[in-house]
Design a protein around this ligand. Structure first.
Ligand SMILES: Cc1ncc(COP(=O)(O)O)c(C=O)c1O
Length: 333
């Protein structure tokens, strides 16, 4: 999918779909219930946990953007990851990145300690470690690239090929690049997850998530589990996310420009010991082939020397930057 097409899908999402009043921006459906036309005649939507027209519009948009067959919008990114884990049976084996998002690590590790499944955290850029982990015949391989927070990059296509040979499903957390910059299905993934809280919504005013499936069968199973678990997202947050999504292409372009400016500046600051940005020759990701195809990755992180003194001094000197546990929005704080 070309960049232009992705931007166009995002901009046009839901526009002109209101057949009743021809509203340009589609309406928000908050209703919990929907009337059955007659006994036994089940409508498309009956109860909002199972389905909602506004949420369905966001699911359709994310499905199109990722190039999948169906999606489930969830109430946060962790709910999306938890939903995918419903595909596992007791005792199944999972391979996950050693540097995945902390919340993902916590969920996988805590459930493993309860004996629900077995998890192997590996450096997926280390071929031997990956081969060793795949020899245990995992049911699911989770990939997060770039990873949060160190922005390490792995080769999705290569991992998919090896994981499929071992009989595993591959789930890619695409939160960091968003479909504007990376479409994991085209690289062989089976499932894509998002924390839509970040770039997809982009306005720091909702917490949300999504699971997109490559096949209709997987999409149906995930929708069943989404309803069963109560993991689905609410209508208002879906409406807000649709609004944010329409400007994804424009925001990502601006983030890329801003990142270059911040990088150029931070490279001149002596207190900055290391910059974690996959486009820099000092970043381990540069050894990995896919980084060149990503375009410019959006975020960077730095560690400061000496850490406490340096970070305070730098932050005190900033007019508009504050310490936050969030990224992917239109503003710095
Ligand atoms: C890569 C990644 N995946 C998943 C999540 C979880 O998302 P949420 O906070 O929306 O539950 C996060 C949160 O920061 C994340 O960075």
């Amino acid at each position: 999918m070309t960049r232009k097409k992705t931007d166009t899908i995002a901009v046009r999402t839901g526009i002109g779909t209101d057949t009743q009043h021809h509203a340009v921006v589609p309406p928000l459906y908050l209703s919990t219930n929907y009337r059955f036309p007659a006994f036994g005649d089940v409508p498309t939507y009956d109860y909002a946990r199972g389905g909602n027209p506004t949420r369905a519009q966001l699911e359709q948009a994310l499905t199109e953007l990722e190039g999948g067959a169906g999606a489930v919008v969830t109430n946060c990114g962790m709910a999306a990851i938890n939903l995918v884990l419903s595909l596992l049976d007791a005792g199944d084996h999972i391979v996950a990145p050693h540097d995945c998002y902390g919340g993902t690590y916590r969920l996988l590790d805590s459930r493993a300690k309860q004996g629900i499944w077995q998890v192997n955290f590996v450096d997926q850029s280390d071929n031997d470690a990956l081969t060793h982990a795949l020899a245990k015949q995992p049911k699911l391989v989770l990939v997060e690239t770039p990873s949060n927070p160190l922005l390490r990059v792995v080769d999705i296509a290569d991992i998919c090929q090896k994981a499929h040979e071992a009989g595993a499903l591959v789930v890619v957390d695409n939160t960091f690049l968003s479909p504007a910059l990376q479409q994991p299905f085209s690289l062989g993934a089976d499932i894509v997850v998002h924390s839509t809280t970040k770039f997809i919504n982009g306005h720091s005013d909702i917490v949300g998530g999504a699971v997109v499936a490559k096949t209709p069968e997987l999409a149906e199973t995930l929708a069943w589990w989404g309803n069963c678990l109560g993991a689905t997202g609410n209508a208002f947050d879906s409406y807000m996310t649709l609004r944010g999504l329409r400007t994804l292409g424009a925001r990502v372009k601006q983030h890329q420009q801003n990142t270059q400016a911040v990088l150029a500046y931070l490279q001149t600051v002596p207190a900055v010991r290391q910059l974690y940005y996959p486009g820099l020759s000092t970043h381990p990701a540069m050894k990995s082939p896919p980084v060149s195809s990503l375009g410019l990755v959006v975020c960077s992180a730095s560690s400061l020397r000496p850490i406490k003194l340096g970070s305070c001094a730098l932050l005190r000197g900033c007019l508009y930057l504050r310490l936050l546990s969030h990224w992917g929005a239109w503003k710095a704080w």
